[in-house]
Design a protein around this ligand. Structure first.
Ligand code: ADP
Ligand code: MG
Length: 310
């Protein structure tokens, strides 16, 4: 085939089209997307094919312009794409970028249940997770989990216990993981544990309180992230009747469970789970809970820069 632009011009000249139509078609044949498409497929497109494809090309340009000018197009949320079908020009409608991100957002809203978590987590993504050597191990474990779990959600995969100081990105990483799971159709619950504890405590003593329903809903989540465990005092009640109950259930049902904490497992056990609010030591009960945490998750230290005030 000769030069594509010449061919398009020739088609215009050959057809004795009425003036108005010929003007319109001139715009169509000058459209950069049309030129690019014809150029790319010049081996397979005959002049005849381009001629009889003129209505498709016209539709393509008109619909594309409507999108550009924010007018209603034929299929809202979709944009036209020129394709070759049996050596002829055809149009496919594919979802627009906005449509795709809106669908993602809706999916996330449905599949990521977050309790007292920052709204910004909605946009956390593994692709944007800061890559620094001190974070690689944590990221690796999360990626490994995702691969195994999404491949086979019915076999037990250990979660991760992310230990590290403020601002290193523990919560961000968990949010990014939950979003990835949601994008692939899996449900996660992320709870900010200290806030959840306050919420539970406040509803106790109220008539028709729904404490056990709240605990129930959380313990059954397909994937659970308990964020910031140890940031506030953990009373014996929280340890045994809330965390204990949730984790016991998840162990038995083999449900993936994640933790983030400013403390290592050892510190959590000794400094936050052992001494009760009356100042008495309960090392056995602390150990019992810690064994559940260890059954459910693998500890990884995450260090690095504090990104909180970036
Ligand atoms: P931590 O939970 O370890 O205290 P956060 O996850 O809250 O730390 O992260 C600290 C800050 O860094 C937050 O404001 C978070 O949104 C921000 N942040 C932004 N982008 C990233 C990223 N790509 N990786 C890690 N943290 C990020
Ligand atoms: Mg955090």
């Amino acid at each position: 085939m000769q030069n594509v632009q010449d061919t398009l011009k020739q088609i215009m000249n050959k057809r004795k089209l009425n003036h108005r139509f010929s003007e319109v078609m001139q715009q169509v044949y000058k459209n950069p997307d049309v030129i690019e498409f014809c150029q790319k497929n010049k081996e397979q497109l005959s002049q005849h094919a381009i001629e009889i494809g003129s209505s498709k090309l016209y539709e393509f340009v008109t619909e594309k312009n409507k999108l550009k000018n924010h007018q209603n197009n034929l299929m809202p949320g979709y944009e036209p794409k020129l394709v070759l079908s049996n050596h002829l020009i055809d149009i496919e409608y594919i979802p627009t970028k906005e449509n795709i991100s809106e669908t993602k957002e809706k999916k996330r809203a449905k599949l990521v249940r977050s309790i007292s978590m920052p709204k910004s987590l909605k946009n956390a993504s593994l692709d944007n997770f800061y890559r620094e050597p001190q974070r690689e191990e944590a990221l690796d474990l999360v990626l490994k989990f995702l691969e195994q779990y999404m491949d086979n959600p019915h076999t037990f995969v250990k979660g991760v216990y992310l230990a590290g100081s403020f601002g290193v990105g523990k919560t961000y990483l968990m949010g990014a993981m939950a979003n990835t799971l949601a994008d692939n159709g899996f449900e996660t619950t992320i709870i900010h544990f200290p806030s959840f504890a306050v919420e539970l405590r406040n509803s106790i003593g109220k008539l028709n309180n729904d404490v056990s329903a709240k605990i129930d809903a959380i313990k059954k989540s397909p994937v659970l992230v308990i964020d910031d465990i140890g940031a506030d005092n953990i009373s014996s009640w929280l340890r045994d009747d809330v965390l204990g109950v949730i984790l016991e259930y998840r162990m038995q049902e083999e449900l993936p469970t994640f933790f983030t904490s400013n403390f290592s497992m050892e510190q959590l056990e000794e400094e936050h789970l052992t001494i009760n609010q009356r100042g008495e030591a309960e090392p056995l009960k602390a150990k019992r809970l810690m064994q559940r945490i260890q059954f459910l998750s693998q500890q990884v230290m995450i260090t690095g820069k504090n990104h909180r005030f970036d």
